[in-house]
Design a protein around this ligand. Sequence first.
Ligand SMILES: Nc1ncnc2c1ncn2[C@@H]1O[C@H](COP(=O)(O)OP(=O)(O)O)[C@@H](O)[C@H]1O
Ligand SMILES: [Mg+2]
Length: 365
Amino acid sequence: MNTQTTNTAAPAVEIHGISKRFGEHLAVHPLDLEIRENEFFSILGPSGCGKTTLMRMITGFETPSSGRVHLGGADVTNVPTRNRDLNMLFQSYALFPHLTVFENVAFELRVRRVAKAEANRRAQEALELVRLGHLGDRKPDQLSGGQRQRVALARAVVSGPRVVLLDEPLGALDQQLRKEMQIELKRMQREVGITFIYVTHDQEEALTMSDRIAVMSDGVVQQVAPPEDIYNRPDTRFVAGFIGSCNLLDVSVTAGPAGEAVVVQVDGVGAARGIRAEQIEREAAGTMLVRPERIEVRRDGDGLMGVVETLTFLGEEWHAHLRVGTQVIKASISSLVKERDLPGLTAGESLRLSWRPQDARIVTR
Ligand SMILES: Nc1ncnc2c1ncn2[C@@H]1O[C@H](COP(=O)(O)OP(=O)(O)O)[C@@H](O)[C@H]1O
Ligand SMILES: [Mg+2]
């Protein structure tokens, strides 16, 4: 049970200057993070970038090399895991095989000596939340993988912790089941009103479920923002490249304020329009980030000249690779636009490419 004094107005989790060193290797660089009450917060990044280490420092399984962790306004840096008001759901969730599903869920309440009637009511509620209210009498080995995962989730929320941490919990499930569970997890999180911190290397999973996402690479948080901003307004080259498909064009950019439209020199292409995503103090090398679906291709008009190298049909859209100068630029063309405006388009044809300046963000990191 949580013995800390808590403040309900405070963020669910605050991290100040947390870092983790394993010998010579700095697995998590000093970072600050604030996770709000009732938020579905994801930590997204490739394998080995430090996601699990960061989670383990929040839970107390790992001692930070520097920094502080606050839960609900209270400093818990030196508080053992069992006294932190949180629960963790692992990828390999161990249910007790000899206990029924119902008793698996009620277990923690029994340990905490919650009165029997109250414990039974809460366990049944948690089972109904994960839509297994009718299977309480079964043993875990009489359930499917997805159902066992739901039991583990019911068990993680039954005691009503402030925060539930989930480390790649859907990793073992097949694609179809993963998709279903993503929607279910989001629904459950809204219903129980508990803060979820969700770790994944799967960008689609993070985009689908999260209120906000922290994108990590090499122990550094690159950007923290809602899914739409992460996708449409990436702050760094890494974020743009890791999430979805993006043209990453090397440019030279002049000094000036963030948000200002500017014409830049794109290596191997020539002059093109974009906006500075950040304030730039002096002329610098940077990257222009342009999503393929933000590129307009036409048979005439202004813009860069590009030759179609490949054209691939994907159902709802076509993917085109266009040679522009010495570069290849990816554009996606909706099937509607292709039929209506570009009938008979084939490889080898020359087209004009253009984009709105705000769809071409220029970053230096
Ligand atoms: N106990 C440990 N001892 C030494 N190195 C570790 C330990 N745990 C993790 N690491 C290293 O720290 C880095 C981050 O690991 P981890 O947090 O597990 O990444 P992720 O969960 O993003 O895949 C990796 O390079 C990993 O090898
Ligand atoms: Mg991990």
